[in-house]
Design a protein around this ligand. Structure first.
Ligand code: FMN
Length: 200
């Protein structure tokens, strides 16, 4: 396993992780991808089914083609599901906009569709992957907007995703090109605080 240059505690890593959308040209080696996938499969999974499978794409031309296919499909999809999403969607109409931000590596975390908690399992693997990447000095970003295209039967066949698998978490990966300002968070919204002591 690769060791991070600077050891970070899990809390430091959680606080340091940002969605990265600008990458250096430096390539990500297959050893590094392997290390991150080994971290991904350490995630918990319902009934210990480990229902995931992975596709590693390191082909910028293919990513550009997938981006061009994905943009109109995502716009249609979001208009149906969130018609008030508004101005943030303008990017998706721009011919030059690459939904993968010109990253050289895209990882697809796919799940066996029949597994009872397939989405949860894959997203837990995704978080392991992203935190481990951060600890090793790499950047990631989930690209949910690619999902309508990636789950087309023709695209799944092209990418080697079996029919009984669903693409759940597309994640770009690379070396961050600049520091990224933290995105502010809401405070934890505690709906209730129930303890036996208060009821005595
Ligand atoms: C399910 C999911 C889908 C996302 N899809 C996209 C996307 O298509 N494009 C993008 O630039 N960021 C995408 N993101 C990243 C979010 O915008 C980002 O996580 C959020 O703004 C918080 O910023 P942070 O990750 O830097 O803390 C997605 C995140 C999640 C969890």
């Amino acid at each position: 396993m690769l060791k991070p240059k600077v050891e970070m505690s899990i809390f430091q890593t959680i606080l340091a992780r940002r969605s990265v959308r600008k990458f250096k040209a430096r390539e990500v080696t297959s050893d590094t991808v392997r290390t991150l996938l080994e971290a991904a499969v350490c995630a918990p999974s319902a009934i210990h089914q480990e229902p995931w499978g992975f596709v590693v794409i390191q082909d910028k031309n293919l990513l550009r083609q997938l981006s061009d296919l994905a943009k109109p499909l995502f716009l249609d999809d979001i208009q149906q599901r969130a018609p008030h999403a508004g101005h943030k969607m303008e990017f998706f109409s721009q011919p030059d906009f690459n939904i993968f931000y010109n990253s050289g590596t895209l990882i697809l975390i796919c799940g066996a569709s029949a597994a009872p908690f397939v989405e949860a399992d894959c997203w837990l693997a995704a978080e392991n992957f992203m935190l481990s990447a951060c600890a090793l000095g790499l950047g990631t970003c989930v690209i949910g907007s690619a999902l309508p295209a990636l789950n087309l039967t023709s695209v799944k066949h092209q990418l080697g995703v079996p029919d009984d698998f669903t693409v759940v978490a597309p994640i770009i990966l690379g070396y961050p090109d600049d520091a990224i300002a933290p995105v502010l968070r809401k405070k934890p919204y505690i709906l209730a605080n129930i303890s036996a002591a208060a009821n005595v």
